[in-house]
Design a binder for this molecule. Structure first.
Ligand code: TXA
Ligand code: MG
Length: 321
């Protein structure tokens, strides 16, 4: 299959995407977090094609993208806590895991048969296309399963070219890490994946404690695999110093000891800004993702705010495979 790549410049680009989605084809498109590989949520063949194009196991369910709360309520049952979070953070990088509504316009393959569904309202073209179709779009991150997430059309094309109909090029992703995934309950929020909305912001908005899924093993995100986002080379984290010949992902103004012996250096944020670092994270991993690069080393990055999501992705990129 020939993959078209067109800039997200005008209405014609969106019309092309709409026509392909209506025909059950797959379209990679920008969201504020990362690029998504979108298909019609109600179409079993489109959903199956997403799993095939990514090489993703079918027990790992997809996120539904909606154009607002009205469409979201056709997909899932909202309680007051969920509604408050949606009102506060949508459109934006927050995914809610909620009970699947009766007659939801979502194919069972997309939810992997679970009684719950993950959904969010993104910013921009993904929401507009769901609106045009009057149906949710399922869209996992636009990368082959286990590989570095696409935060630009170039990275997406590297992984998926020839396997999908179209890539809409909207430039680099603004947030750069995936959405935060939360399962709201009346008395607590269970944080299933750290992401673009910080734990602190969630707790503040809900007025509830934010807990980790270890205590609730049955509801952990099925896709939260130990090894993910993996470049070809080995990744060493929280480096105190650089060994000669290493490829370095740096952070902040202070140079690591030995940095002058590095093969190459990418600084995620020379000023030490976590939002900027998140936006540059996957592009840095992609730049060092090559059979010729066997040792990547990463500076220590603070763990608060967006730092939680950054450290989560790095831990998986460094995990044994
Ligand atoms: O920012 C994002 O969330 C991006 C953009 C494209 O929206 N999407 C994304 O999708 O990161 P994906 O498929 O790479 O990650 C979705 C995660 C998976 O780990 C999956 O297991 C989890 O969401 N998930 C989906 N449905 C779930 C459910 N019902 N319960 C718990 N986890 C669920
Ligand atoms: Mg992903």
């Amino acid at each position: 299959m020939q993959t078209e790549i067109i800039p997200l410049a005008d209405d014609a680009a969106e019309e092309r995407a709409e026509a392909l989605l209506r025909a059950g084809e797959l379209v990679a498109l920008p969201t504020e977090t990362v690029y998504g590989l979108a298909g019609d949520a109600a179409s079993g063949s489109a959903v199956a094609a997403i799993y095939a194009a990514k090489g993703r196991p079918q027990f790992n369910p997809l996120i539904c993208h909606v154009d607002g709360l009205a469409m979201a309520k056709r997909v899932a049952d909202f309680d007051p806590v969920a509604e408050r979070l949606a009102e506060r953070f949508w459109p934006g990088p927050l995914t809610l895991v909620l009970p699947l509504a009766e007659n939801a316009p979502v194919h069972p393959l997309a939810t992997a048969g679970l009684p719950t569904v993950a959904l969010r309202m993104p910013q921009g073209v993904a929401a507009r296309l769901a609106g045009r179709l009057e149906r949710p779009l399922v869209a996992p991150s636009a990368n082959p399963s286990g590989k570095v997430t696409g935060t630009s059309a170039e990275i997406v094309a590297r992984g998926l070219s020839g396997r999908i109909a179209l890539i809409l090029d909207g430039g680099p992703s603004a947030v750069g890490v995936e959405s935060t995934i939360v399962r709201p309950f009346a008395d607590r929020l269970v944080l299933l994946r750290a992401g673009g909305v910080s734990r602190e912001a969630l707790a503040d908005a809900a007025g509830l404690p934010v807990t980790d899924p270890e205590a609730d093993a049955a509801i952990a995100a099925p896709g939260a695999l130990a090894s993910h986002y993996a470049p070809e080379g080995r990744v060493r984290l929280d480096a105190a110093a650089v060994e000669p010949g290493e490829h370095v992902i740096a952070f902040g103004p202070a140079p690591l000891p030995g940095i002058e012996t590095a093969a190459a250096v990418i600084n995620l944020s020379p000023t030490g800004d976590l939002a900027e670092a998140a936006a540059h994270l996957f592009a840095a991993l992609a730049a060092f993702d090559s059979p010729d690069i066997d040792r990547i080393v990463v500076a220590s990055i603070p763990r608060h705010g967006l730092g939680e999501a950054i450290n989560d992705r790095l831990k998986r990129a460094a995990a044994p495979r």
